[in-house]
Design a protein around this ligand. Structure first.
Ligand code: HEC
Length: 150
């Protein structure tokens, strides 16, 4: 009895790590990043961009700005050391993050002020929102982001 309790406690971090890996792996199934859509020349379709635009304006624009440009002072931390919401338009570092990490950030949120959306948006809606975000990235930024996945 006693022993199995210890094992259970010890395995919790390991189990949540495995769960995270499963989430990360599960995410890649639906989207082929090497796809070149005939309209956008990118992994996403114009329809996804339009769907994402609506989702973004409704849920994200209040913090990140209606064009994902953020507020001018986004580099200035407050007295607790917390930064305002960053731009997502390719100017900050969102493009350093692999696709799956962007998805997990949007689904789960962060401890520094980004709310999680998994209760409100399903996976396809989150992907469409990323499509809209990336539609603001200049080709150089998009290509650099894509190379990180290879
Ligand atoms: C209440 C304000 C708020 C709302 C609403 C919000 N965010 Fe955020 N978001 C933040 C903050 C603050 C950060 C920075 C978090 C951190 O540094 O941990 C962030 C970070 C992010 C990042 C990571 C950016 C990077 O450069 O690492 C992404 C992607 C993102 N948000 C997407 C979204 C999307 C998509 C929505 C809407 C579905 C949304 N956010 C809604 C405040 C918000």
């Amino acid at each position: 009895m006693f022993n199995s309790k210890i094992i259970t406690k010890k395995s919790i971090p390991a189990m949540s790590f495995v769960a995270l890996i499963m989430v990360l792996q599960g995410c890649t199934d639906s989207v082929n990043l090497n796809n070149k859509d005939s309209d956008t020349q990118r992994w996403y379709s114009q329809a996804q961009v339009e769907q994402g635009e609506q989702i973004f304006q409704e849920n994200c624009a209040s913090c990140h700005g209606s064009k994902a440009q953020a507020k001018p002072d986004w580099r200035v931390a407050d007295s607790r050391g917390i930064y305002p919401p960053p731009p997502l338009n390719g100017k900050a570092h969102a493009w350093h993050h692999p696709f799956d990490m962007l998805k997990v950030t949007i689904a789960k949120g962060t401890q520094r002020g980004m709310p999680g959306w998994e209760d409100k948006l399903d996976e396809k809606q989150i992907e469409a929102t990323i499509a809209w975000i990336e539609s603001h990235w200049p080709d150089k930024v998009y290509q650099a982001w894509l190379r990180r996945h290879q």
